[in-house]
Ligand binder design. Structure first.
Ligand code: KG4
Ligand code: ZN
Length: 327
């Protein structure tokens, strides 16, 4: 089954063709980073207009790279939410239009489920598993018992992981998007340089606002002296990744799950991936672990097409579905 997926929930205009949910035939991503860099973050109105400018080019390029004709596609899919409404509308209407023109089904997809499905690409991963989903808007541990069957076991009560990365990066004066910059600096810093707090919250909660404030206080404590920025980044990264992994392992054990999966933009983080792969060692639980390839961690449409195959939204009349901002 060939599915054509479109993703426009935030600041990437993306399209992809995926066979049977696992084999990527073509994958095109047009990033808007340069546009938003001038503002220090994503400006929704500007993002929506850029999607409009790019969508047709991205769709044409995706077909061109694949050598597949639109009439050979079995279904057209797009992210229906959560995300920025004006942005989502562009992708959703493009996918609905293609489905009407070529008389094939339109399959709406939930963006968070799509991130999880990035793990099915080029792998033999099968449920059940426990997934740590960490993106710019969400932080969740999800128990996936079967395709399309998932239960949220923990989520953040304040900032999402990617959001904390971006905010801490900004307070350290790093350019947007901050997460990846912070990760780079952390790699040459001393992770034990500063002791930062881990929030004492329930097993089903994450909280990062205290950590964010602690980094702010730490930077202020240097007064006029030069901030050892790499060490601050490394210490912050060590604290947040260790909180995320500890809680995920606890939930996986409680759920009797022997497979742990990473998903979302922050799944691209070097230390988080390192810690995940350490879980394979017998003394760390001997888990089977999966993380998407780097290009499928941040927003892309291959994961959308994969999700349309494995975990489509269950709605009666997909062509009548509207976009949604939260979920
Ligand atoms: O999943 P995603 O592309 O968009 C959302 O659905 O939110 O995630 C974007 C988030 C941003 O906050 C970005 O800073 C963060 O993922 N991110 C990273 C890294 N790469 C992207 N955070 C930490 N380390 C990275 N290497
Ligand atoms: Zn995303």
């Amino acid at each position: 089954m060939l599915i054509f997926g479109i993703e426009t929930s935030c600041d990437e205009t993306a399209a992809a063709i995926v066979k049977d949910g696992r084999e990527v035939i073509s994958n095109v991503v047009a990033s808007q980073i340069k546009t938003h860099q001038a503002f220090g973050g994503v400006v929704p109105e500007v993002a929506a207009r850029e999607h409009l400018d790019s969508i047709n080019v991205v769709i044409e390029e995706t077909f061109a790279q694949s050598g597949i004709k639109p009439s050979e596609i079995d279904a057209f899919a797009s992210t229906a939410g959560p995300g920025l409404v004006g942005c989502l509308l562009v992708g959703l209407n493009a996918a609905k239009t293609l489905s009407l023109v070529y008389n094939k089904p339109y399959i709406p997809v939930n963006h968070l489920n799509a991130h999880v499905c990035a793990n099915f690409i080029d792998t033999d991963l099968k449920p059940p598993f426990t997934c740590l989903l960490v993106s710019g808007g969400h932080t969740q541990v999800i128990n996936v018992s079967d395709y399309g069957k998932q239960e949220i076991a923990a989520s953040t009560i304040d900032d999402a992981t990617g959001e904390v990365y971006d905010k801490v990066a900004r307070l350290l004066g790093l350019p947007y998007p901050g997460g990846i910059q912070l990760d780079k600096l952390a790699q040459s810093g001393d992770k034990n340089a500063f002791k930062l707090p881990e929030a004492k919250v329930g097993d089903d909660e994450f909280s990062f606002s205290g950590l964010k404030t602690a980094v702010l206080r730490l930077t202020q404590s240097f007064k006029d002296a030069k901030i050892p920025i790499n060490d601050v980044c490394a210490s912050f990264q060590e604290t947040i990744t260790s909180t995320l992994i500890k809680k995920t392992v606890k939930i996986a054990k409680k759920n009797g799950s022997n497979t742990i999966v990473l998903a979302g933009g922050v799944a691209a983080n070097s230390r988080l991936r390192e810690k995940l792969f350490e879980l394979q060692e017998p003394q760390n639980g001997g888990f089977k672990v999966f993380a998407p390839k780097m290009k499928y961690c941040t927003d892309n449409a291959a994961m959308v097409a994969s999700c349309a195959f494995f975990n489509p939204m269950k709605v009666k009349n997909p062509l009548e579905l509207e976009v949604f901002s939260r979920g």
